[in-house]
Design a protein around this ligand. Structure first.
Ligand code: AGP
Length: 609
């Protein structure tokens, strides 16, 4: 997820670009850059690091151009370096482009363009765009963009500035947000509303497939065939402070609702159009090396650790490799038995958690290959691992991890499938079925997010409870642990998770009248036993909120409330069942007046041991 801005009008562009980028930094902040049209020439100023560094660099310089584009980057393809920062330009220096999204077929486009004589400078997928425009340019930027986007697979919000057409910007949108800001004698492009709110509240919200063409005096929108589109003007009612959260009250709620997008982005380019092979080219281990693995350790902290528990279950089930999951702060002190056939997987959203980094270093000291699963390109853990599988969830600002967790899960599913397929442990049919279901997760997550009333109502009713319990069996137990952590870390309610079958061995003594027991019952093969656990706590007058797959109606007689998640493959259920738990924690915390995005005593990235 990156921040994009474009301006053309009667004012000096630079100050508008920089202040707009500052309001978009929450979308990405590992590098920043601008392109300005100065006396008919493109002037590019960009560098790795935060926007403040770029602003400082530009302080002593003066620019008078009234047309320009800007970008803050959240790296996906290519490390955060000066060269990889946006904007990117073509060989002739006539087209400057900023882009948010993932060009899935960039490698084949890059090869073709190189064969046509184009010279590339960066490692990014984005850089194919200015060279495509250079290839297709026929004197009209709009026609050029319409031609170029027909060659592109993937997601993009892009804006192009051409030295040959002063005062004009053209943009295109597919699966990444982009708006047009409508001013008086000036017009804007932006990834998000905050960037333009100080100048105008009137916008066009571009839809997928649309192309927009602006000058200081006009803003026109076209479909991908080049036909004009009559866009309704959307007037922004939010205040600037709300706009960074896209109208949501907190970053956590915004990030929970971003999961359909982050799931799709994380799977992007890694699943076949049909068939059963997953594409994990980031793992430079040969099939032979992967076949020789006899043991896997997964090590992480907090939410990432809970993702690892799901990973254990899925890798053992699909690839039939023994997996141990360790809390990272425990891993290196228990003398893990690592031999040449051991693989270590380190999961970390931030890529900077000291405990997880220390565990990684211990694994490497003992000679194990390390795969990192992280959300931050070029983070410490990414840099020190042998292989990196990135979650493409975009910046996660709220301390409570949500979209990163579900993105970690889908990466673990891909890895499990990769290992299973290479080791011949999975029938083609089941592999294809799982891949088919993985592709539907984004839409199914959207269905859950489309109706949160049951969760909100339960949260309001029980927000003042002192204790809460989360129970489940198998994969449901792993998700119960995550639901419990979510609730306790932002609402400060004492929440605990238990394997449902374990309750009767002690914890049942704590079940008293009215205590909320959130029960996950998505696993068909364990449903009857979980149902009996619901009855067990109901016999002690607990209040049970159950989560089940659609079609298990008998649970309604046993539980006080039942929320059905859209049916999916049992192994994939955690990606969906965790979402209501995230929402439950959020709404209970809000009802208790807690600081949802920055809960007490906690930090987003724990860089101390
Ligand atoms: C999760 O909601 C918490 N914020 C915390 O447990 C977090 O998951 C843990 O600190 C690990 O962080 P990481 O994924 O960045 O390594």
């Amino acid at each position: 997820m990156c921040g994009i801005i474009g301006y053309t009008g009667h004012r000096t562009a630079l100050s508008i670009l920089l202040s707009g980028l500052a309001r978009l930094e929450y979308r990405g902040y590992d590098s920043a850059g601008v392109a300005l049209l100065e006396n008919g020439r493109l002037c590019i100023r960009k560098q790795a690091g935060k926007l403040a560094g770029l602003r400082q660099k530009l302080e002593g310089e003066s620019y008078v151009g009234t047309t320009g584009i800007g970008h803050t980057r959240w790296a996906t393809h290519g490390r955060p370096t000066d060269l990889n920062a946006h904007p990117h330009i073509d060989c002739g220096g006539r087209f400057a482009v900023v882009h948010n999204g993932i060009i899935e077929n960039y490698l084949s486009l890059r090869e073709w363009l190189i064969s046509e004589g184009h010279v590339f400078k960066s490692e990014t997928d984005t850089e194919v765009l200015p060279h495509l425009f250079e290839h297709f340019y026929n004197g009209d930027m709009l026609e050029t963009v319409l031609k170029a986007i027909k060659k592109i697979d993937g997601s993009y919000a892009m804006v192009v500035l051409s030295a040959t057409e002063p005062g004009r910007l053209v943009a295109a949108r597919q699966d990444s947000p982009l708006i047009v800001g409508l001013g008086e004698g000036e017009n804007f492009f932006a990834s998000d509303i905050p960037a333009i709110l100080p100048y105008t509240r009137f916008t066009y919200i571009l839809a997928d497939g649309e192309v927009a063409d602006i000058t200081a005096e006009r803003a026109a929108v076209f479909n991908r065939s080049g036909q004009p589109v009559q866009k309704p003007v959307f007037e922004v009612k939010w205040e600037a402070a709300q706009a960074e959260k896209n109208g949501f009250a907190h970053f956590m709620l915004k990030e929970i609702h971003e999961q359909p997008r982050s799931l799709k982005d994380t799977l992007s380019g890694r699943l076949p159009a049909c068939g059963s092979g997953v594409m994990l080219k980031e793992i430079a281990m040969s099939a032979e090396e992967l076949k020789r693995i006899q043991k896997i350790f997964i090590t992480a902290c907090g939410t990432a650790y809970h993702a690892g528990l799901v990973g254990k279950y899925v890798i053992e089930r699909l690839a039939r490799i023994p997996v141990e999951v360790d809390i990272a702060s425990e891993f290196r002190y228990r003398h893990p038995i690592i031999d040449p056939h051991t693989l270590v997987i380190v999961i970390s959203q931030s890529g900077e958690t000291a405990d997880s980094l220390a565990a990684l270093r211990e694994a490497r000291r003992q000679g194990a290959p390390v795969i990192a699963i992280t959300n931050v390109v070029d983070s410490s853990i990414a840099r020190e691992a042998d292989h990196v599988l990135y979650t493409w969830a975009g910046p996660e600002i709220a301390v409570a991890s949500t979209k990163a967790y579900t993105a970690q899960l889908v990466v673990l599913y891909l890895l499990a499938l990769h290992l299973a397929n290479i080791r011949g442990k999975l029938a083609e049919k089941e592999s294809a079925e799982l891949i088919g279901e993985l592709k539907k997760l984004s839409d199914k997550a959207r269905v859950i997010l489309g109706d949160c009333r049951a969760v909100e109502s339960f949260a309001q009713t029980h927000a003042q409870c002192e204790d809460a319990f989360f129970i489940g069996r198998g994969l449901d137990y792993a998700v119960a642990l995550e639901g419990s952590l979510k609730l306790k870390e932002i609402s400060y309610i004492h929440a605990e998770a238990y394997a449902a079958g374990e309750l009767k061995h002690g914890t049942l003594a704590l079940i008293v009248e009215g205590v909320p027991v959130i029960t996950l019952a998505t696993q068909q093969n364990l449903f009857e036993k979980t149902l009996s656990n619901i009855k067990e706590v109901k016999a002690r007058d607990a209040t049970v909120f159950a989560l089940a797959m659609d079609g298990l109606r008998e649970i309604e007689k046993a539980a006080d409330r039942v929320l059905y998640i859209p049916p999916t493959h049992a192994l994939l259920a955690p990606v969906l069942s965790v979402i209501p738990l995230q929402l439950l924690a959020y709404h209970m915390a809000v009802a208790r007046g807690c600081d949802v995005d920055q809960p007490r005593n906690l930090a987003k990235s724990v860089t101390v041991e």
